[in-house]
Design a protein around this ligand. Structure first.
Ligand code: DX5
Ligand code: ZN
Length: 229
């Protein structure tokens, strides 16, 4: 079923608003504080903080202590994306390091229902992420409990990859199930998002758009973010 905003209870106001999350992964990491500061200054809602452990994905990035060190530099919310094999070990550390939302992968070694409860018990929102080759059905059971579903639109591990167009069907399916349940859940997309692909994913039902170099390499980050909204 094609997802249309105006079909939802006949009122577009029921659609969660479009928000932008700036991935610092490929920003100037030697000046991470300054890079993080740009995010709120340009009206972008979230810092997207990609945590990779060298096991769930081959790359290794940064842990909770570096996230914590960024807090004084920005008023943007911390959107923590855990690409780690054992997310349960990390959630308390990241809650203490200021995460507003912690997203873990359904493919990781965890019990998603229990982990969502544990994240909520730390007063943090919980997101469940799904890799491109994992079907939408894997995350449908968590729509009622989770605050966000993250549909990966590239293979996790690296920034700067091309958007996988088939992921729009997955977004539609998840949005349709959320509508059926009457839940205005956030659906985030991550990987290869720019002005053009933003249109496709929003039309499919996504409302939280992650972008890295598209924002950080733009001459004007605010204009780039606005072009995605
Ligand atoms: C990839 C990360 C993304 C990445 C997105 O595994 O989860 O957040 O930084 O970067 P772009 O916008 O370059 O695809
Ligand atoms: Zn990410």
């Amino acid at each position: 079923m094609r997802y249309l905003r105006k079909e939802r209870n006949g009122s577009p106001e029921n659609m969660p608003s479009v928000k932008i999350s700036a991935s610092v992964l490929n920003s100037n990491l030697a000046e991470l504080g300054k890079e993080a500061a740009k995010i709120a200054e340009n009206g972008v809602e979230y810092v997207h903080y990609d945590v990779m452990d060298g096991e769930f994905v081959e790359n290794i990035t940064y842990g909770s202590s570096i996230q914590k060190s960024l807090l004084p530099y920005t008023t943007a919310k911390m959107d923590t994306h855990l690409m780690v094999m054992h997310p349960q070990r990390q959630i308390k550390l990241f809650a203490d390091a200021g995460s507003d939302i912690i997203t873990f992968h359904v493919e990781s070694d965890c019990n998603p229902h229990e982990l969502i409860d544990e994240i909520h018990a730390l007063n943090v929102k919980a997101g469940v992420a799904v890799k491109p080759n994992t079907p939408a059905e894997a995350v449908l059971p968590y729509i009622e409990k989770a605050d966000m579903i993250l549909v990966m639109t590239v293979e996790p591990g690296y920034g700067g990859q091309g958007f996988i167009p088939e992921m729009t069907d997955k977004i539609r399916l998840i949005r349709a199930e959320a509508d059926r349940l009457g839940k205005d859940i956030d659906i985030q997309v991550d990987g290869g998002i720019n002005t053009e692909t933003a249109k496709l994913v929003k039309e499919a039902g996504a409302n939280v758009l992650v972008a890295g170099p598209f924002l950080f390499k733009a001459e004007n980050m605010k204009a780039a973010a606005d072009s995605m909204r």
